[in-house]
Write a protein that binds this ligand. Structure first.
Ligand code: HEC
Length: 188
């Protein structure tokens, strides 16, 4: 009975109190550069995995072929590269300042070990409190599948797709330099 009461006090009062004090006194990390909270990664990952497992589409309505990879490469260059980067490229200023860091999707394993439906779910819904946006308001379902197929097959993309991916983004034409408005001073 006595141990039961002690257990009850610890469980119902002491632990919630410690958690409250941890947050209320400003001990929890809030800056992107701060280290993760105890258990943060584990809790966030298991919440995400169990949720996605239930909801992700199991069939892929778009074929994993060259035209779709090419379309996916365009979507990637415009919407994803700013955070997820290009292979061998230096991380952008935006990605360097984020927590958690956007993982590399076109280098190493990336998400080639995840089913495309899982990446589709993440692209469509985003990942709350992580900086990974939801694209369901801005991309069509076909575009979200095309880019999800691209990252799911990042280790076996045809050369044409690699070229399309790394083509430097054309800069807008340089402004023509305006002609001088005043005549240069003439030498005496
Ligand atoms: C503003 C930055 C940002 C942009 C833009 C962005 N992402 Fe992300 N993305 C992130 C971050 C940060 C994470 C890591 C989330 C985490 O660790 O929980 C992430 C995670 C992911 C993951 C899960 C990776 C894994 O290892 O499970 C996928 C897949 C993904 N993004 C795909 C995309 C695609 C495709 C696009 C473009 C349509 C995109 N992202 C655009 C920031 C971004």
């Amino acid at each position: 009975m006595k141990t039961f009461l002690i257990g009850l006090i610890v469980g119902l009062i002491l632990i919630p109190l410690c958690v409250f004090i941890y947050f209320a006194t400003g001990s929890a990390p809030v800056a992107t550069a701060a280290p993760a909270m105890p258990f943060e990664k584990m809790l966030a990952n298991s919440a995400l995995h169990s949720h996605i497992e239930k909801e992700m589409p199991k069939t892929v309505p778009v074929p994993a072929d060259e035209p779709n990879f090419l379309a996916g490469a365009n979507v990637y260059r415009e919407n994803c590269a700013v955070c997820h980067g290009f292979p061998g490229g230096t991380p952008t200023a935006i990605s360097r300042g984020m927590f958690p860091k956007p993982p590399k999707l076109l280098e190493g394993t990336g998400v080639t070990d995840d089913p495309p439906g899982e990446s589709y779910w993440k692209v469509a819904n985003g990942i709350r409190l992580s900086g990974m946006p939801s694209f369901s308001e801005s991309l069509s379902q076909t575009q979200m599948w095309q880019v999800s197929l691209l990252v799911a097959n990042a280790d076996k993309l045809p050369d044409s797709v690699k070229t399309a991916l790394y083509r430097p983004i054309p800069l807008p034409p340089a402004e023509p330099t305006p002609p001088p408005t005043s005549t240069p001073p003439t030498k005496p």
